[in-house]
Structure formats: C-alpha cells, structure tokens
Design a protein around this ligand. Structure first.
Ligand SMILES: Cc1cc2nc3c(=O)[nH]c(=O)nc-3n(C[C@H](O)[C@H](O)[C@H](O)COP(=O)(O)O)c2cc1C
Length: 230
C-alpha cells in the first residue's frame, strides 16, 4: 500500500513538473513570437519612415547663386537660390556644393546682366573654381540656379559638362522673377550626359529672400511629391 502511494506521489510530481515545464515553454514561445512581431513591426515602420527614393541613396544639392545687387531685392548677402538650396538640403539631409566661377560676376546688377548676356550669346563655358571630387558617389543631384536671360547661367552648362551622370538623377530648381522654371530643363541630358531629369521647381527669388516661410511649405510639398521626404 505504502509502495502504491509512493508510486502515485512520484507520478503526480512528474506530471506537475511536466505541466509547469510546458507552460514555461509556451510562454517563452509566445514571448518570442511577440518579440519577433514587435521587432518586425518596428523594423517595418522604420523602413516606412525613409522614403523609397531616398533609401540608400546619396544626395547632393549643387547650386549657383549670386550675392550683391540683384533684381527686386537690393543688395543681398545670401543669394535667393542659395536660400532654397538650404531648404532642400535640410529636408533631405543632402550634402551641398556651391558652383562658383573662377572669375566672379559683377556686384552691380546691371553690369552682371551685361556680362551674362554676352556669355549667353557666346555660348560660353566659364571656368569653375572647384569640382565635386566624389561625384561618382551621388545618386541624386538637386541642381539649383537663378534664371539668367530666360536660360540657365552658363556656369551651369560648365558644371553639367564636367561629369558623367550615367545612373544619376538631376532634380532642377531655380529662382527668378516668378514661380517658374526656365523651360530649358528638358535639355539637361544633352549636357549632363546620362542624367535622368525629375520634375523641377521654380520659386520667385524675392519671396525666397524676403519671405522664406512662404517658400518652405512649397519646397516640402514638391519634395514629398517626388518621394524625397514624407
Ligand atoms: C544676369 C541676370 C539675368 C536675369 N535674367 C532673368 C530672366 O530672364 N528672367 C527672370 O525672371 N529673372 C531674371 N533675373 C533675376 C534672377 O533670376 C533672380 O533675381 C534670382 O532669384 C537671382 O537668384 P540668385 O540670388 O540665387 O542669384 C536675372 C538676374 C540676373 C543677375
């Protein structure tokens, strides 16, 4: 009888342990499952936070912009296009590069228009002061300029002809007397060989200079539409 009692007691203890063990194992499994699904969803949302266009891509904002006396804004210490370039770089986390000519343009607005008019007539390619040494690393180049004589400044042509743009996208943006592009942007791949051109943005320079808060939502909306920010 005592033996039978001992056997029943032993079996009860074994069953109890087995039941506890399986509960522990189950809870671990469900914890793991929960952990995996949490991890999955957080990874998912982290990926969703980075727009597809930007994932793993290196972006450069290259811009040409002039200080001094300018149209409708008086004497400025930061160019209108530069202001828009900063907004783009800040929103996208891009690197920045200023396109500068070896020979500076006159500070006087009128004199500058004359020099620019002649350069356009001559189809000039002014020498640039610096090169983007690691251009091969960039996938997307936001290219900014003021409208000069209904065209891009000739320095922009010098810039476009200085690199191989195969596999790269150019996103043009400009400032001028109105919220317009030059209308020449579709010809960019003729000079920036291999480039794919994305939808550009034209901003009134005076507004960028004097009321930048009215410009930044417009820039953000454009970048959202292109998929560069969310
Ligand atoms: C040489 C020159 C030519 C210009 N030609 C035009 C033009 O054809 N159309 C226009 O709307 N604005 C024209 N502008 C005005 C500039 O496009 C405008 O002021 C621009 O915002 C200047 O940008 P920045 O400060 O970045 O240089 C011209 C300005 C200069 C200096």
């Amino acid at each position: 009888m005592k033996k039978l009692f001992m056997v029943i007691l032993f079996l009860t203890v074994v069953m109890l342990f087995a039941a506890c063990g399986s509960r522990v194992e189950n809870s671990n499994a469900s914890d793991r499952k929960a952990a995996i699904s949490t991890q999955g969803s957080s990874t998912g949302s982290a990926q969703a936070a980075v727009p597809e266009k930007v994932q793993g891509k290196k972006i450069l904002v290259a811009y040409f912009s002039r200080i001094g006396e300018n149209y409708a804004v008086g004497n400025i210490s930061k160019g209108n296009t530069h202001i828009v370039a900063d907004m783009i770089a800040e929103a996208t986390g891009a690197d920045m590069f200023e396109i500068k000519t070896v020979k500076p343009y006159p500070e006087s607005y009128k004199e500058c228009t004359e020099v620019a008019k002649k350069e356009l007539a001559d189809n000039a390619r002014p020498d640039l002061a610096a090169k983007v040494e690691n251009m091969k690393d960039y996938d997307v180049i936001f290219l900014g300029y003021p409208i000069w004589w209904s065209d891009m400044p000739m320095a922009i042509y010098s810039f476009m002809e200085s690199y191989d743009f195969n596999g790269k996208s150019i996103v043009p943006f400009c400032t001028s007397a109105g919220d317009v592009l030059t209308g020449k942007e579709s010809s960019i791949p003729n000079y920036a060989k291999g480039a794919k051109v994305l939808q550009g943005l034209g901003i009134e320079g005076k507004r960028a200079q004097e009321n930048p808060d009215s410009v930044s939502p417009q820039v953000k909306q454009w970048l959202e539409k292109l998929g560069f920010v969310q």
